[in-house]
Design a protein around this ligand. Sequence first.
Ligand SMILES: [Zn+2]
Length: 124
Amino acid sequence: MDIKKTQDYYGSLGYDELCSCAYCQNYIRQIQCEYPLVAEYLQEFGINIKKPFETMPLEPTEDGYIEYIAAQYIVYGEQAKFEKKTVNSVNIDIADCHPATRIEEPHFVIEIYPIRLKWIFGEL
Ligand SMILES: [Zn+2]
């Protein structure tokens, strides 16, 4: 993987370019505080955990939580050297299936799962 290019990508990616749906916004607002060790681990590769490429939410539950089957992140470079890892019970792995990224340079998509957060958007 190319950490420098990945860093540059997340640095130039604006929050207004991220998905604006309630599920993604709920995720973006809480993920760093609720999963600090995962955030730190991703940062070593240049990934900003608050800028997911895609989130895959289930429906919020009645006790006010929401589970994400996975959240996906773009990484620049070759995926050959990426190793699957588990941090704080969260799996970090290559995503086999993801939407088109429209990026021409070598890159791949990873996913982190499972993620469980409060559903704060239901209270707004
Ligand atoms: Zn979304």
